[in-house]
Design a protein around this ligand. Structure first.
Ligand SMILES: [Zn+2]
Ligand SMILES: [Zn+2]
Ligand SMILES: [Zn+2]
Length: 122
């Protein structure tokens, strides 16, 4: 259980890091559209479930399908995509590398790159 939500997958700690992604920034869980279950990552889902994972379409981005593993605050997908890799609730930083995997969870095809990944030069 993660903050009251039943969490599946190879979770390693109570901030939702898993066997696949476990840097100090990997602290979110995502609810999958196909089964309504929370997983730390797509690999966790695919290892545990037999079915094909479904992605959320952009008309469903107001669904609260992302959870901050640090404070437990649920976020809508829209909030998450626009939070600048920082939890709106507790300001914990999220892994910006997740942007490379958004398409595994969300149907971000219709969004412009700027909306998905606020431009930030290091
Ligand atoms: Zn599923
Ligand atoms: Zn995983
Ligand atoms: Zn938080």
């Amino acid at each position: 259980m993660i903050h009251g939500e039943e969490d599946y997958g190879a979770v390693m700690d109570d901030e939702t890091r898993c066997a696949h992604y476990n840097s100090h920034l990997d602290v979110i869980a995502i609810k999958f559209k196909c089964c309504g279950r929370w997983f730390p990552c797509r690999k966790c889902h695919d290892e545990r479930e037999k079915h094909e994972a479904e992605t959320w379409s952009d008309s469903e981005f107001l669904t609260k399908a992302v959870l901050c593993g640090v404070c437990g605050a649920p976020m809508s997908i829209d909030d998450y995509l626009n939070c600048d890799n920082k939890c709106p609730g507790c300001s914990s930083k999220f892994n910006p590398g997740c942007a490379n995997h958004y398409h595994l969870y969300f149907d971000v095809g219709n969004l412009s790159k700027e909306q998905i990944r606020p431009e930030r030069t290091r």
